[in-house]
Design a protein around this ligand. Structure first.
Ligand code: PEP
Length: 251
């Protein structure tokens, strides 16, 4: 049985005052949820603030990215070890916005995944095709490549700790959600790649989240699909009520 994960990616939003307000409103709405892993990913500068608020609760803390070196002359970067120090248990890696605007490649994503795992963080490893790639019938080719290169050289024992997020780029922040069938088809494909390249046990135990305009209105349909184990939520995680109703999709 795969335990669902609902993670909120706050992107470049929320000052410390706003983060306090959001977590303050969210906690009473989700504190009785014990069947889902609830994760929030604020900007680096408010991680410690949010850590203090969620300590001892069922909300886990994620960063939105990390560097692969532990320390050194790398101005502007943050290492996995520093994220653990700031209270993180999870980290988003390979988000399409990092790939699109900040030069992340399959190779750097692979280095980040290895470094995050070495620091005992749980990576939320994002893969997804652009609209152009989907229209050119390249979805499976792109996702297959991102998965194989991203996971290259990572031992099976560590792969099983990774949470994969399928995020079609054309659905992120656009209001356009993949249909339940479109998402399920790619999730099943991801599981088949894990089965071929790793093992059936890893394929069946790995949690695969869907991301791309998830809202309270579409979460149930998505979660009813066999291979969808949760959601990575952007816009709808910025309001306590909408994020809480996604977390509490089960009723
Ligand atoms: C995301 O940021 O990962 C995301 C899926 O955003 P949105 O839910 O706003 O599409």
């Amino acid at each position: 049985m795969r335990r669902p994960v609902i993670a909120g990616n706050w992107k470049l939003f929320k000052s410390s005052v706003e983060a306090r307000e959001l977590v303050g409103s969210l906690l009473p709405l989700v504190n009785r949820t014990d069947t889902v892993d609830v994760v929030v990913a604020p900007v680096f500068t408010v991680l410690a603030t949010v850590r203090d608020l969620v300590q001892g609760t069922n909300i886990r803390l994620a960063a939105q990215d990390c560097f692969w070196e532990e320390e050194g002359a790398f101005t502007g970067e943050v290492s996995p070890k520093m994220l653990v120090d700031a209270g993180c248990s999870h980290v988003i890696i390979g988000h399409s916005e990092r790939r699109q605007y900040f030069g992340d490649t399959d190779d750097t994503v692979n280095k980040k995944l290895k470094a995050a795992l070495a620091a005992d963080l749980i990576p939320l490893f994002c893969v997804g095709e652009t609209l152009e790639e989907r229209e050119a019938d390249k979805t499976f080719e792109v996702i297959g490549r991102q998965l194989k290169k991203g996971l290259a050289g990572i031992h099976d024992d560590l792969v099983s700790r990774i949470v994969i997020a399928y995020e079609p780029v054309w659905a992120i922040g656009t209001g356009k959600t993949a249909s339940n069938q479109q998402a399920q088809e790619v999730h099943a494909f991801i599981r088949s790649v894990l089965c071929e390249t790793r093992s059936r046990t890893i394929a069946e135990s790995t949690r695969i989240l869907y991301g791309g305009s998830v809202k309270p209105e579409n979460i149930r349909g998505l979660m009813s699909q066999t291979d969808i184990d949760g959601a990575l939520v952007g816009g709808a995680s910025l309001k306590a009520e909408s994020f809480a109703s996604i977390v509490n999709y089960g009723g």
